[in-house]
Design a protein around this ligand. Structure first.
Ligand code: FUB
Length: 310
């Protein structure tokens, strides 16, 4: 091969490698990445961390709006701007900063964006409600419903649509994780919330369900001792029973109390999206989203993913 050709290959490879960066977003703090494939593009719907130095929310999780990002190569991300702000949601108390981990799903050409608000809703005065905002495009504009979802109390909503078209919602936060079927309208529960049982004890949140080869993977962050690790259980139906299998990503080797993830297949490769506080080493509530390849064993179990460290 000619020297010039070799040089060209080297330059192309160098550019490709240097573009393949973690964290994915460098100019905002982002957390809780819910990745989805829409129209052959990857869209990520993260929480948008900010920081307040004083007042009731000083040095706590503070989020007031959501951006969506898209990419076709997982290295160059387009920021589509704010898709929903707490100030646009009529039932959210605007004196709070409470728009935690969201997720989005498509059904019949409509995009349903599920978001939790830890603020007390104005009608019932209860915190930890989940709202739905609807759009005609994955990039919005998302129009929020006038009221939070009935009977859903918690955080970290995760919608899933099975191959037969039945939709489900998973959520949690604390000691318990819940699931229920959704109605055809995607806005209301069709069944009573049911606890997902037979999971390890202690703190759990951020459920994320996906299907592969007829197996249903119920995945979630779990705190055995110090920080959150990502773990999973498997079952033969979207509502279990699920058998606990083990770890997808171990506890953080350096201090970041939370982790929160999603798992997608894109162009024949599976990926784990997760977060860490790479860009804010001294304050672990300003986080940054990341992604790494994920692989399965022949029996369908998941190989542990080692986080990219900076
Ligand atoms: O981002 C706020 C909370 O931290 C999320 O709801 C949890 O999953 C954890 O990542």
């Amino acid at each position: 091969m000619k020297k010039a050709t070799l040089l060209l290959i080297f330059i192309v490879l160098s550019i490709t490698v240097s573009w393949a960066q973690n964290p994915l977003i460098m100019d905002e703090f982002t957390a809780d990445p819910s990745a989805r494939v829409f129209n052959d593009k990857v869209y990520v719907y993260p929480s948008h961390d900010i920081r307040l130095d004083s007042g009731r929310f000083a040095n706590w999780f503070c989020m007031e709006d959501y951006h969506v990002y898209s990419s076709e190569n997982l290295t160059q991300w387009e920021d589509h701007g704010v898709i929903l702000s707490q100030y646009d949601v009529s039932w959210v108390d605007p004196s709070t900063y409470s728009m935690w981990a969201p997720d989005c799903i498509e059904k019949n050409g409509k995009y349903y964006f599920y978001f939790p608000s830890t603020a007390k809703d104005k009608s019932e005065g209860r915190g930890r409600r989940v709202g739905v905002a609807v759009a005609d495009s994955p990039e919005g504009p998302f129009i929020p419903q006038e009221q939070p979802m009935k009977d859903v109390f918690g955080i970290d909503p995760n919608p899933f649509i099975d191959r037969d078209g039945q939709a489900y919602l998973y959520w949690g936060g604390g000691e318990k994780l819940y699931m229920a079927k959704l109605k055809e309208n995607m806005l209301e529960l069709a069944t009573e919330p049911q606890e997902v049982v037979d999971l390890p004890a202690k703190f759990k949140e951020g459920p994320y369900l996906f299907e592969r080869n007829g197996k249903y993977y119920f995945t979630f962050p779990h705190v055995p001792e110090t920080t959150e690790r990502l773990v999973y259980a498997m079952g033969d139906s979207p509502m279990g029973p699920f058998e606990f299998k083990g770890v997808i990503m171990k506890e953080s080797p350096v201090e970041c109390w939370t982790n929160h993830h999603s798992i997608i297949e894109y162009r024949d490769q599976w990926y784990l999206f997760y977060h860490h506080n790479d860009l804010s080493p001294d304050f672990d509530k300003n986080r940054s989203i990341k992604a790494d390849s994920l692989f399965f064993n022949a029996d369908g179990t998941i190989q542990e993913v080692l986080p990219t460290l900076r």
